[in-house]
Design a protein around this ligand. Structure first.
Ligand SMILES: C[S@@+](CC[C@H](N)C(=O)[O-])C[C@H]1O[C@@H](n2cnc3c(N)ncnc32)[C@H](O)[C@@H]1O
Length: 307
């Protein structure tokens, strides 16, 4: 079933943003298995010169991870699978979805797979030995054939350079099992990103890396087609919405200055004048309540299918 069809944190909020680099080399717990020597992972890019940085867990959490945790709970409710299963979280990032699985699904095991060394450090600190963590990409899962029952992925599918390879890997690891994922509705209902990219288009016409354009996979029809093309059975898509309230405009803006993820990476690539112009354009587009607070909605599209 398809519902709808279109389908320092770093410095102060007023300072120009610098590209983030993290080579802290924090220690990791024994359940961290580096599979590949990836020191700074950058996500897929389609048509832009700016790399999506995924490295610094704290800045990512302040930007998107905290909202992903809220969507994760709704997603797992909708997925509605029994307890006692073996779960894999692909592109687990800082652990939003893995933590929700551990807290609500009574799993036999949870394995997180994530290519960024910095995020593996962050999720290791967050989950300790509650999960088994691997540093690897979705296209090359370091897991045995038939070793899982449910494979999930939160806010990742659009960043995977070779999605068919990733879906084939999921099928290998959990044949006959369940796959479920969610992606932001970049083109429409993810308000904070939508307004950011509209402001970016204004101050940087032709240069903006609007995720609504970059990622066709943020629409229900495209998600279903990708799953069907991979030979997955009975794909089903639903919208999931959460409230994303901010105390004031600075509380909305500041997380964009952390340099992690697509929007903040792009912002960090602009010169200080353009960064300031983007901020003011975004401020002009935002409606505030009488007390200065801002009430936005974040919509994700969730998909599930049989492997
Ligand atoms: C928006 S974050 C989502 C992280 C986490 N799942 C969450 O819900 O907060 C996107 C994640 O995709 C990861 N990623 C990028 N390319 C990937 C690939 N080829 N395979 C697996 N994960 C990938 C990034 O490292 C990053 O952790």
């Amino acid at each position: 079933m398809v519902v709808g069809d279109e389908g320092s944190f770093v410095g102060s909020a007023d300072e120009p943003v610098m590209p983030y680099s993290d080579d802290t080399g924090d220690s990791v717990s024994p359940n961290y298995f580096p599979a590949k020597p990836v020191s700074q992972y950058s996500g897929a890019m389609s048509g832009g010169a700016v790399r999506d940085n995924w490295e610094h867990g704290e800045a990512y959490e302040r930007f998107i991870g905290r909202w992903s945790s809220l969507v994760a709970v709704k997603f797992l409710d909708w997925l509605d699978v029994p307890g006692g299963l073996r779960w894999v979280d692909v592109g687990c990032g800082t652990g939003a979805l893995s933590e929700a699985i551990l807290d609500t699904q009574d799993p036999t095991s949870v394995s997180g797979v994530e290519p960024s060394a910095g995020f593996v450090r962050a999720v290791t600190q967050r989950l300790g030995d509650r999960a088994t963590l691997h540093q690897a990409p979705a296209e090359d899962l370091p897991l045995l054939d038939g070793s899982a029952d449910v494979i999930v992925s939160g806010l990742v599918l659009n960043f995977i350079p070779d999605l068919p390879a990733a879906l084939a890997e999921m099928k290998r690891v959990a044949p006959g099992g369940i796959v479920g994922a969610y992606v932001w509705d970049y083109g429409g209902g993810m308000d904070m990103l939508r307004v950011f990219w509209e402001a970016a288009d204004e101050v940087d016409p032709g240069g903006s890396m609007d995720e609504g354009r970059r990622f066709p996979l943020c629409r229900p029809g495209a998600l279903v087609a990708a799953f069907e093309n991979a030979g997955l059975d009975d794909p089903e898509v639903v919208p999931l919405e959460i409230a994303t309230p901010f105390a004031d405009f600075d509380a909305l803006w500041a997380p964009f200055t952390g340099g992690q993820g697509a929007g903040p990476s792009y912002l960090a690539s602009l010169d200080p004048d353009k960064q300031a112009a983007l901020k003011e354009s975004m401020r002009d587009r935002i409606q505030t309540d009488t007390d200065g607070s801002i009430s936005l909605i974040a919509r994700a599209w969730a998909i599930r299918a049989s492997l």
